[in-house]
Design a protein. Sequence first.
Length: 248
Amino acid sequence: MQLQDKRCVVTGAASGIGAAIAQCFAQEGARLMLADRDSEKLAAMVARCQQFGAECHGVVADVGEVSGATAAVDACLARFDGIDVLVNNAGMLTQARCTDITLEMWEEMMAVDLRSVFLATQRALPAMLAQRWGRVINVASQLGIKGGAELCHYAAAKAGVIGFTKSLALEVSSQNVLVNAIAPGPIETPLIDGINTAWKKAKAAELPLGRFGRAEEVAPVALLLASEPGGNLFVGQTLGPNSGDVMP
Ligand SMILES: NC(=O)c1ccc[n+]([C@@H]2O[C@H](COP(=O)([O-])OP(=O)(O)OC[C@H]3O[C@@H](n4cnc5c(N)ncnc54)[C@H](O)[C@@H]3O)[C@@H](O)[C@H]2O)c1
C-alpha cells in the first residue's frame, strides 16, 4: 500500500499505459480521479479500479483543451479536497512525413501530447505547493530523445514534455514537488495497433531485450516515482522502460 490515500489524477486512463498505472495505483491504496475522452472505456476502468477496493471516479475530458485539462484536475480537487499525484499520460500518435504533416495535425499533436501536460500541471501546482508535497509524472516517449522518421510532430511534442519536466523540476523541487518523466520504448498498446506488423517484428528484433514492453511493465515505474521513499530523490529525470533501445 505504497500510495495509501494519496489523491491521484491519471489522464488517458481508459487504455494502455494509463489504465495499467490506474490499476497499479488502485492496488496500492490510492484515491483516484481518472480522466479520458473515451467515456465507455473510462467507465469500465473506473469499475475495475473499484474492484480493488479503491475510491475511484472518472471525468470525461479532452485534456488537449483548456476546459478538459482543468476539469480533470478540478474534479480531483473538488472530490478529494486536494491533489498529491498527477500523471500526465494522455497521448495520441499519428504518422506522416514532414512534408505531409498538416498544420491541423501539428496543432492537434501539440494540444494532446504537450499542451495538456502544461495545462493540467499548472492547474494542480498551487495545491501541491501549498501542502509542500506533490508528484508530477509526465509520460513522454523515447522518441522525444532519439527522434523517429515520419514522427516529427510526435517527437517534437515529447521532447517538449521532457524539457517542460526538467524546467519545472528546477522551479518547484525545493518545495517538495517532484517532477519527472517516463520515456517508454515500444509498448504493446492500442496506440501502436495501426503500425504494420513487419515493422514491429523488425523493431523487436533490434531491441536488446528482443521484445516490446507491456503496459503492466511501465506502471511500476510511475509507482516508483509517486511513492515514498522510492521516488524521493528523482528530480527532473526521464526514466526509460524501453527494452534497451535508448541508453542515456
Ligand atoms: N505505446 C507505446 O509504444 C508508447 C511509447 C512511448 C510513449 N507512449 C505514450 O504513453 C502514453 C499512453 O499511450 P498508450 O500507448 O497507453 O496509448 P492508448 O491509445 O492505449 O491510450 C491512450 C489513452 O489516452 C486517451 N486520450 C487520448 N487523447 C486524449 C485527450 N485529448 N484527452 C483525454 N484522453 C485522451 C485515449 O482515449 C486512451 O484511452 C501516451 O502519452 C503515449 O504517447 C506510448
